[in-house]
Design a protein around this ligand. Sequence first.
Ligand SMILES: Cc1cc2nc3c(=O)[nH]c(=O)nc-3n(C[C@H](O)[C@H](O)[C@H](O)COP(=O)(O)OP(=O)(O)OC[C@H]3O[C@@H](n4cnc5c(N)ncnc54)[C@H](O)[C@@H]3O)c2cc1C
Length: 564
Amino acid sequence: MDENSREQTWEHIRRNPTPAVLILGGGVNGIGLLRELALQGTDCLLVDKSDFVAGASSKSSRMIHGGLRYLENREFRLVRESLQERNRLLDNAPHHVAPLKTTIPLPSRFGGLLRSMLIFLGCKVRPGERGVVAVKFGLWFYDFITRKDRHTPTHYLTGRDESLRRMPGLKSDLRATATYWDAWITQAERLCIEMARDAREANPSCRALNYVQPTSIEDGAVVLRDEVSGRSLAVRPGVLVNATGGWVDLANARLGVETHFLGGTKGSHLVLDCPALHEALDGQMVYYQHVDGRVCIVFPFLGRVIMGSTDLRVDDPDLARCDGDEIEYMFQTLRGVFPGVELSRGDIVYVFCGVRPLPSSEGQVLANVSRGHSLRVLEPDERRPYPLFCLIGGKWTTFRAFAQEVADRILEHLGAERRCSTERLPIGGGRGFPLGEEPRRQWIARVAERSGLAESRVAVLLARYGTAAEAYATAADAGADRPLASLPEYTVGEVRRIAAEEWVEHLTDLICRRSVIALLGEATGPALAELAEIVGGVLGWDEARQAEEVARALEEVRVPRGRL
Ligand SMILES: Cc1cc2nc3c(=O)[nH]c(=O)nc-3n(C[C@H](O)[C@H](O)[C@H](O)COP(=O)(O)OP(=O)(O)OC[C@H]3O[C@@H](n4cnc5c(N)ncnc54)[C@H](O)[C@@H]3O)c2cc1C
């Protein structure tokens, strides 16, 4: 039996029911912590009630950014940490994280100064329009922080006429535009899966299993239920970590612990197949403000356009969905920036919605709630003879810093020493990644020669898997390089490999979180049927199960109806 199989993993947990650390939640924060602790030699188990990365970590705006607007809230420490972590991700995950040129249309010169000052002074004021001076100050601060570790160009301002010449689609009543660089992550989901694999490699006693959740604490042990088979087992960790993001209070409640740490908000995004908008963006992200003061973004993404997001209070993250009103709102915001671009419902190829794990903040303006992270430790008691570490808030960008901070507290509790730092440690296919045109060309030529594949195919694999592409390219599986009839950019061998090695339980795991098939709107009926047959061949699905998986996947990728 494959040592990574579900059966093997379950059997390992049954035989080793006392891991040093049990982590609940396999989003970027839980998996980041798993990797961090595995590298320190700590024996960990991570479980997720759903698939890994099914929560906010696959629903974010994919910005790896400092957070320009957090400056208004005096969150200088968060912005500094975010910019540092952004630069580290550019170094450690160059296969998925890249600089992103961003333009901000500015409607006035002095607009928003008073409002920004009031927010800065801690007054409860909704953010509103920001003009040239306010934005210039923020960008100057950005460049100042990164002056000693510059990974991206510095910002500049462009006058109205020149801005409209460069981006003719922009609404013409602007004063100027500001251009600066942040970063974006193409395959956020894959980076998490790669970290989980790195953790396993660094420490073979570590395990991660999806579709497993705690049901209760009994006789001091956490009872875990396998949602796939229905069986249960009990685990007695040295430390229990709740890294369930927007579900933190709900997960605590399941353990009999009442907390009110979270006050999450849902945010939705649309993925559009709209060549006119793609062209209008000219390869850049546009970061703009709607008339209600909310900041929105729109950027080109692998031939499509992603736009978002909304910010609405929700109580239960499991019920958060993008609804028709949100779609209409996002279309309306875009008309205010690119008035000439006609959008229709038919342009939407995918919609996603996630819950920001924001700290509880009664009465605060939602947009001003801190995006920083914090740790709350609940000491052991009679019923639970180990501490409960709850991870609150955070950004995708800062997961490594958060994991490092939490790992240090856990190591201290366990009386263990830190062995290494992850600051400069490449992730997954970022190891040995060829940087620059010439090294990239040589890498592709070498792997093409070794594998017998065309260079163009190796280039696709390199973009998708980083240097792990070499293993995909040279796999000696029969029919490995046969393209799928419905998705010729993918091969049978590639899909089989993911199904066998990357914790795939459902077809949705493959299309939504091991690849960008769903995100790009490519999860059509024929594609799903073909994928189900290939995955089914690896996981032993009969025809009925394949049909069930296809139906489930079609429901997952369905675009909601709206008033458009
Ligand atoms: C709309 C939106 C846009 C965003 N944009 C950005 C951005 O551009 N840049 C940025 O840096 N950050 C962004 N963020 C924030 C970022 O995505 C989150 O802060 C981050 O992903 C949180 O990760 P997490 O691991 O804490 O939570 P999640 O990713 O939500 O993971 C929690 C996991 O816990 C699991 N779980 C729940 N209950 C249980 C249980 N009882 N037992 C076991 N497992 C459980 C869930 O299935 C889930 O997989 C955005 C967030 C949203 C929602």
